[in-house]
Design a protein around this ligand. Structure first.
Ligand SMILES: [Fe+2]
Length: 574
């Protein structure tokens, strides 16, 4: 059975869900946010559509729902990029890496929600984090004047919409009250790719960011995730998304992902007081396999301990084309066209210690079994208390899907894949691993191959009094005392399954389904948050602040007038 057709055909819409099985607990609160690219049939690769922010309320009757129902909302993020697209779709063109335009590369803001206290952001890898109004989910501001980022990632490629290679997963520092993220720009010397910079956005610093290039570092990939401990920032080459210039020029993809990747650690103290733009020297490691996501324990008293979610033979640069055959030579189902080529091997999850003194990587525990295909998304207790002493790490495996692996991919990786492991589809599973050892503590299987499980999140158990103070942490933090919210995409209707985080193997405690068996489009990352209130007071960047005669140069009078009109609209929002 292919992945649900609805992933690429379902509309973004508001609807209500109701409990169809089990009992919804009273000690759950808050909301789960989901980032989701809008479906555009003409888009070759579905993950590059303009972003919508979706929100599921975990309390019945909230956000306008009937008293015994749960609200699902979906709002297209009206960034300046999107507003210009709405006015001038003819000025935008489509390619394998999404839209380009006469205004510059648009910020799709479609990959991950980032709640940060009472503020809400949407992120992606090729643009600045975008702040949203937590009530309306409308656009408010982008983070940091483009000049404070040091300009475009590749000079000349930006316009009124800047070109910034960044990270879809900035991390919020609870002690320094800042976001840490990255910027990439061409490294010095031929053939060495990009040089990363650490970028810091201070919560009370208004319209500016600061950045520090990593001295002497050049690499060919991307930095999808940023992680941290109390004292260290951890960056790595994600390794799973490699740009292929030949493909961009219309040729076949020939670039493959790496078998190991560089990792860079920088002490936060080394950046304190260091002028923006000053290079800083990282401590370097190597890790295998490449990953999409990794998460460090906040407390580093006993070492820098990191969950490394390996993505063995998961090449996110590959997507399914209409003329593709699958790995067994059969025509692919039209339902998977435009989706990513799924994993070609079972995946490894590992907990490691990075030792900056010896520059050694010490493995503490690892898990990999034949069924462990398509590890892509996970859930944990993101409160500072939970990140200090994590207990359980919850992982969604989507299962082996040979119909979503192309014959092109199999040829490209012929010397690295084991076709015997790709003969049959296998069920998805929600699993809980013990932090520190990566021992499998609990597992719940989805034998219906029409179920596409995605984007889990952890909601701490919360009493009514904790809810009143909008607390991120439960009484017993770490990831075991609370609930795992597991969305399940299925063409017969989208479901939300709720598990006791300590015992996911017991199956869902309660199941929600849309009152009309509604389906939802492709969901990328999810994040839980206490229910947010109105937009917080803060100094913010205005779109008009970024505009300059240089960035407007080359635009026709008509396009220039639209930029000025969008700037006037957006100036009202901050
Ligand atoms: Fe991600």
């Amino acid at each position: 059975m292919p992945t649900p057709r609805s992933l690429t055909t379902a509309p973004h819409q508001n609807f209500e869900l109701e409990v169809v099985a089990g009992t919804w607990p009273a000690d759950i609160a808050g909301e789960v946010y989901f980032s989701s690219p809008r479906n555009v049939p003409e888009l070759p690769y579905a993950i590059f559509g303009f972003g919508a922010m979706c929100r599921l309320s975990l309390e019945p009757g909230n956000r306008g729902a009937a008293p015994d129902r749960f609200a699902w909302q979906s709002v297209t993020i009206d960034t300046p990029s999107r507003r210009l697209f709405d006015r001038h779709p003819e000025a935008f063109s489509l390619g394998p890496t999404g839209y380009s335009s006469l205004f510059g590369p648009p910020n799709a803001a479609n990959t991950a929600p980032l709640p940060w206290g009472d503020r809400l952001y949407a992120t992606w890898d090729v643009g600045r984090p975008v702040e949203l109004d937590p009530e309306s989910l409308g656009f408010v501001a982008e983070v940091g004047h483009i000049d404070s980022w040091g300009g475009d990632s590749i000079p000349g490629m930006g316009g009124v919409l800047p070109f910034l290679l960044s990270s879809a997963h900035p991390v919020a520092d609870p002690e320094r009250h800042c976001l840490w993220t990255v910027k990439l720009e061409p490294a010095a010397g031929p053939g060495v790719g990009f040089q990363p910079s650490i970028v810091r956005y201070d919560r009370h610093d208004g319209t500016q960011v600061r950045y520090w290039p990593l001295e002497g570092i050049g690499f060919p990939g991307s930095v999808h995730t940023v992680s941290q401990t109390r004292n260290w920032i951890i960056l790595c080459d994600s390794g799973n998304f490699r740009a292929d210039v030949g493909e961009m020029m219309g040729g076949e993809r020939t670039v493959t992902i790496d078998t190991e990747v560089p990792v860079w650690l920088v002490r936060k103290d080394d950046l304190d007081g260091l002028a923006s733009g000053t290079p800083v020297t990282p401590i370097c490691f190597r890790m295998s396999p490449p990953n999409g996501h990794y998460y460090a324990r906040w407390d580093d008293t006993d070492g820098i301990s990191v969950v490394w979610e390996g993505m063995d033979l998961m090449d996110l640069g590959l997507y399914m084309r209409p003329d593709d055959l699958d790995v067994h030579g059969q025509p692919i189902d039209p339902a998977v066209v435009g989706l990513y080529n799924m994993a070609m091997a079972p995946e490894t999850i590992t907990e490691v210690l990075f030792d900056p003194e010896s520059q050694r990587v010490i493995e503490r525990g690892s898990f990999r079994q034949d069924w462990a295909f398509n590890l892509q998304l996970s859930a944990m207790d993101w409160s500072t208390e939970g990140m200090s002493s994590p207990t359980l790490h919850h992982v969604t495996y989507q299962g082996c899907r040979p119909g979503s692996i192309s014959a092109r991919a199999a040829r490209l990786y012929a010397d690295r894949i084991d076709l015997d492991q790709l003969r049959t589809e296998t069920p998805g599973a929600l699993c809980s691993f013990e932090r520190g050892t990566m021992a499998l503590r609990s597992r719940w299987e989805y034998p219906d191959l029409g179920d596409h499980i995605t984007s889990p999140s952890f909601a701490p158990r919360q009493s009514a009094s904790e809810r009143a103070v909008r607390n991120y942490a439960g009484a017993n933090p770490g990831g075991h005392d609370g609930y795992v919210v597991q969305p399940v995409c299925n063409d017969d209707g989208f479901r939300v399954e709720l598990f006791d985080a300590a015992r996911v193997g017991d199956g869902p405690l309660a199941v929600l389904q849309g009152t009309q068996q509604q389906t939802v489009p492709l969901l990328l990352h999810a994040a839980w948050s206490p229910t947010m209130g109105a937009l917080a007071d803060a100094e913010r960047l205005r779109f008009s602040d970024d505009l300059s005669e240089e960035r407007m140069a080359g635009l026709s009078d008509e396009l220039r007038a639209s930029v000025e009109a969008v700037a006037r609209e957006c100036d009202q929002l901050v």
